[in-house]
Design a protein around this ligand. Structure first.
Ligand SMILES: O=c1ccn([C@@H]2O[C@H](COP(=O)(O)OP(=O)(O)O[C@H]3O[C@H](CO)[C@@H](O)[C@H](O)[C@H]3O)[C@@H](O)[C@H]2O)c(=O)[nH]1
Ligand SMILES: [Mn+2]
Length: 333
């Protein structure tokens, strides 16, 4: 707790008992070295059982010593995706943005994604439910093939042909999965209605039983992927980021204050669910085109010297179809 009563995002303190700490650190270091030496000197010989399992173990030990350490210190990050207009921001576009941030290269147990839906649309909720299934395949695929960008639509458009046969096969499989999902979502959006079967897939749809209009409804809040749930795993068994749908309460007699109002509601809700130290905001029509974005921003926030002075990091926007006279140099070449 800071002197002014606020909890700082992080702080740097001088360690007391430095000598004891150093002795402890050195003993741990020697302990790790001895484990590595033991593992190296006991590798089963060529032809003996368990040779590759042993080598794998050795590899994993080295990996955790040299790369895993930093991630322990990473802060929790809450990503807010804001959405309002169901026609100019169609559900499939929103879902591409959500998938691009769900697939960030960041420890999944520290990543939570919130979709704020100011249109309070059951079709958008349905689209998010579909995305919560698709992401179980999408994240492992992105990791395996180091996909960039991680908006599926933008990625599929960027690939013309693949030389590797296996990679091409997996590409076709994931593309087919995406297109099937896209068809279901766009069909539902076109008729602006969900079938009974679609609605039976999640208890959250019951919120719309008492829903009267965009401007007059209760809060709709559903956690679609909950990191505390042991079954929230991708197809390879790794845990998934948290995924939340929120349509904040609206009443005709109160102003809702547009995006700023949505962000306020998101802060209150996320504070109870994941309470991330860092909040990352994207508009729903702006997918993230770099899976390293969160890590990049953290370079500023976690800088030992200047980090305390940084409260806000702004990424530049890349726009398509801008006019020739666009003055912010925000267009894609
Ligand atoms: O009641 C509302 C109205 C808008 N939005 C969302 O706010 C974002 C921005 O609104 P938009 O009308 O699309 O504005 P743009 O001009 O496209 O966006 C730019 O300008 C906005 C207002 O200055 C900034 O907030 C945005 O970050 C910036 O990209 C979008 O994701 C909307 O879905 C809401 O969540 N609730
Ligand atoms: Mn916009």
């Amino acid at each position: 707790m800071g002197s002014d009563g606020y909890v700082p995002l992080f702080e740097t303190k001088k360690v007391k008992g430095n000598v004891i700490y150093k002795l402890f650190a050195v003993s741990i270091f020697f302990g790790i070295c001895l484990i590595l030496v033991y593992r190296y000197s006991h590798i089963p010989r060529e032809g003996e059982d368990g040779r590759w399992a042993w080598i794998d173990c050795l590899w994993l030990s080295c990996g955790s010593v040299f790369s895993g350490y930093d991630e322990v210190q990473f802060p929790r990050v809450d990503v807010f995706v804001c959405k309002a207009d169901p026609t100019i921001e169609p559900p499939i576009l929103v879902i591409n943005t959500v998938l691009s941030v769900l697939a960030y290269d960041y420890p999944t147990e520290k990543l939570s994604v919130y979709l704020s839906d100011d249109a309070g649309s059951d079709i958008t909720f349905y689209a998010l439910l579909e995305a919560s299934h698709f992401v179980k395949e999408w994240i492992p695929y992105c990791k395996k093939f180091r996909v960039e960008p991680r908006s599926p639509e933008a990625y599929f458009l960027s690939i013309s042909d693949l030389n590797d046969v296996n990679e091409a096969k997996e590409f076709e499989a994931i593309k087919k999965l995406y297109e099937d999902m896209e068809n279901r979502i766009t069909r539902a959006a076109k008729v602006d209605q969900l079938t009974e079967e679609q609605q039976s897939k999640h208890k959250g749809f019951s919120h719309w039983d008492s829903y009267s209009s965009i401007r007059d409804h209760d809060t709709i809040l559903q956690i679609l992927i909950d990191r505390r749930d042991r079954n929230a795993r991708d197809i390879e068994g790794y845990s998934l980021p948290t995924l939340v749908y929120l349509a904040r309460e609206k009443r005709p007699q109160y102003p809702h204050n547009f995006k700023a109002g949505a962000m306020n509601a998101l802060i209150r809700v996320s504070g109870k669910i994941s309470n991330g130290q860092i909040i990352h905001n994207v508009d729903c029509d702006m997918y993230s085109n770099d899976s390293q974005s969160v890590r990049d921003a953290l370079c500023f926030f976690m800088d030992e010297e200047k980090g305390q002075e940084v409260a806000f990091v702004q990424f530049s926007e890349g726009l398509k179809n801008v006019t020739k006279n666009e003055i912010y140099v925000a267009h894609f070449e």
